[in-house]
Design a protein around this ligand. Structure first.
Ligand code: ADP
Ligand code: ASP
Ligand code: MG
Length: 417
C-alpha cells in the first residue's frame, strides 16, 4: 500500500462534472490498495472572481481580509469533492488548510508554510477515508487564515507529501506534462519525460506557471519527485526529479516567458559610491523584489552639471510597479537622477538548460535569433543555467516560437517508450 498525494488544479475541477471525474480517479487509486490525499485548487476563475470583488469593495484591500475571502474558493472545492466521493459510496472527508494542520508565517497573500501537523489527516486515512485538503491556505501563528500566493496549491501538495512521507506526489493539470515551452503558445512544444528540479525551478521562476516556484523549491530541498500529469487523460506525464547524465546533453531544455514585470530606468544618476545600494535599498525596504538590474556608466562627464553619471535600470513585478515608481519619484532629487522612465510594456524571454554549463554560444544564438525577427533587447541577465532578455511585450509569442525553433526543441527525440 502506497500513500499518494494527488493535486488537481482549477481547470481540472472547473465544474461539478469535472469534480465527479476527479473523485472517480481518486477512488480508483484507492481501490488499487492505496491511501489517497487529494489537494484541490479553487474551481477555475474563482480566485480571480473573489479578488476582483475585494478590489471593487475597497481600494488596496487589507491583505488579512483578502485571505479570509479567497481561501473560500478552495474550501468550496474540497467540500464538493468529498460530497462527490460520498455520492459514489466512498468514505471521504474534507479539510481546510487549518484543519489539516498547515501552519504558515504571518505574510498574508504570500505566506510560507512553516510546519504541518498532519495528525487529523493520518487518523482519517487510517479509517479508510479519502482525505481532501484545501490547497493554497494555512493558519498564521495569530490563528488567522493565510494564503500562499497564486498557484500555491502546488506547494500545499508537495509540503503534504513531505510531512506525510508520501510515496508519490502527483500534480494533475490541464496539460499532460512539462513541455519544452508553454504548449498554448507554441504548438511545436514537446512534452518531456523528465526534467531536473533545477531546470523546473528556473522555468517556474521565469514564468512557466505549470508548477508554482515554491513547490519546486520544496521538492528539491526534500528530494520529493513530482509527477505532472493530465487530470482527465491517461498518460505517463513528466517526472520532476534529480538531474541525471542524460539530461546534461542538451544545451537548452526549455523556453519560458513572463509578462508580469515592469522596468524602471533612472537617467543620469550621480556616479558615486552608494547610489545602487540607495536605490535598491529603498525598493527592498518596501518588500518589493527586484529582478534584473543593469547599470551603465557614462564615459563622459555631463557638460551641464560637470559631473559623471550612470543610467540605472531594474525590473520589478508588475503588481509592485506603481509603488516602485512612486518610491523612485520621491527620491529622484536625493540620488541626483535627472529623469525616471517606467514601462510595463515589456516581457522577459528566457532559455533554461543545465546543458548550458558545457555549451558555449547559447547567448549569441539567442541574440541572433531575436535580431533576425527584428526584436530589440533592452535588458539581459544570465546565470549558470539560464539566459533572460527583456523585450517589447508584443513580441513575446513570436520570440518564444523563434527560440523554440532555433534551438531545435521540438525536434529532440522523445525518449518515451
Ligand atoms: P492548474 O490550474 O492545474 O494549477 P496552471 O494554469 O497553473 O494549472 O498551469 C498549467 C498551464 O501552464 C498550462 O495550461 C500551460 O499553458 C502553462 N505552461 C506554461 N509553461 C508550460 C510548460 N513549459 N509546460 C507545460 N505547461 C506550461
Ligand atoms: N486558487 C489559487 C490560485 O488561483 C491557488 C491555485 O490555484 O493553486 O492562484
Ligand atoms: Mg497552477
Amino acid at each position: 500500500m502506497a500513500l499518494i498525494i494527488q493535486k488537481y488544479g482549477g481547470s481540472s475541477v472547473a465544474s461539478l462534472e469535472l469534480i465527479r471525474q476527479v473523485a472517480k480517479r481518486a477512488i480508483e487509486t484507492k481501490n488499487q490498495g492505496h491511501q489517497v490525499v487529494v489537494v484541490l485548487s479553487a474551481m477555475k476563475g474563482e480566485t480571480d472572481r473573489l479578488l476582483a470583488m475585494a478590489a471593487e469593495m475597497a481600494a488596496g484591500p487589507e491583505a488579512r481580509e483578502v485571505d479570509q475571502l479567497i481561501a473560500t474558493g478552495e474550501q468550496v472545492a474540497v467540500a464538493l469533492f468529498a460530497l462527490a466521493c460520498q455520492a459514489f459510496g466512498e468514505k471521504a472527508k474534507s479539510f481546510t488548510g487549518f484543519q489539516a494542520g498547515i501552519q504558515t508565517d504571518e505574510t498574508h497573500q504570500k505566506a510560507r508554510i512553516t510546519a504541518i501537523e498532519p495528525g487529523r489527516i493520518k487518523t482519517e486515512l487510517a479509517k479508510g477515508r479519502v482525505v481532501a485538503v484545501a490547497g493554497f491556505q494555512g493558519l498564521t501563528p495569530g490563528r488567522d487564515i493565510s494564503t500562499l500566493g497564486r498557484g500555491g496549491s502546488d506547494t500545499t501538495a508537495v509540503a503534504l507529501a513531505v510531512a506525510l512521507g508520501a510515496d508519490t506526489c502527483e500534480i494533475y493539470t490541464d496539460v499532460d506534462g512539462i513541455y519544452t515551452t508553454d504548449p498554448h503558445i507554441c504548438e511545436k512544444a514537446r512534452k518531456m519525460d523528465r526534467i531536473s528540479f533545477e531546470e523546473m525551478l528556473e522555468l517556474s521562476s521565469l514564468g512557466a506557471k505549470v508548477m508554482e516556484i515554491r513547490s519546486v523549491e520544496f521538492a528539491m530541498n526534500y528530494n520529493v519527485n513530482i509527477h505532472v500529469r493530465h487530470a482527465h487523460q491517461a498518460g505517463r506525464g513528466t517526472l520532476i526529479c534529480e538531474e541525471d547524465i542524460e539530461m546534461e546533453k542538451k544545451p537548452v531544455t526549455g523556453v519560458a516567458c513572463s509578462k508580469n514585470e515592469a522596468r524602471i530606468t533612472l537617467l543620469k544618476v550621480a556616479d558615486r559610491p552608494g547610489m545602487a545600494a540607495k536605490i535598491l535599498g529603498i525598493v527592498s525596504a518596501s518588500g518589493i523584489v527586484v529582478d534584473m538590474i543593469i547599470q551603465n556608466q557614462s564615459a563622459e562627464v555631463d557638460p551641464a552639471s560637470g559631473r559623471a553619471h550612470t543610467d540605472f535600470s531594474f525590473t520589478v513585478p508588475l503588481s509592485d510597479y506603481a509603488k516602485a515608481m512612486e518610491l523612485m519619484e520621491g527620491t529622484a532629487g536625493e540620488i541626483g537622477a535627472e529623469r525616471i522612465i517606467g514601462t510595463d510594456n515589456i516581457a522577459k524571454i528566457s532559455l533554461v538548460g543545465v546543458g548550458m554549463r558545457n555549451h558555449a554560444g547559447v547567448a549569441t544564438q539567442m541574440f541572433q535569433t531575436l535580431a533576425r525577427e527584428g526584436i530589440n533587447i533592452s535588458l539581459i541577465s544570465t546565470s549558470e543555467i539560464k539566459i533572460s532578455c527583456v523585450i517589447e511585450k508584443k513580441y513575446t509569442e513570436l520570440a518564444v516560437r523563434a527560440l523554440h525553433e532555433a534551438f531545435g526543441l521540438g525536434d529532440l527525440p522523445d525518449t518515451e517508450e
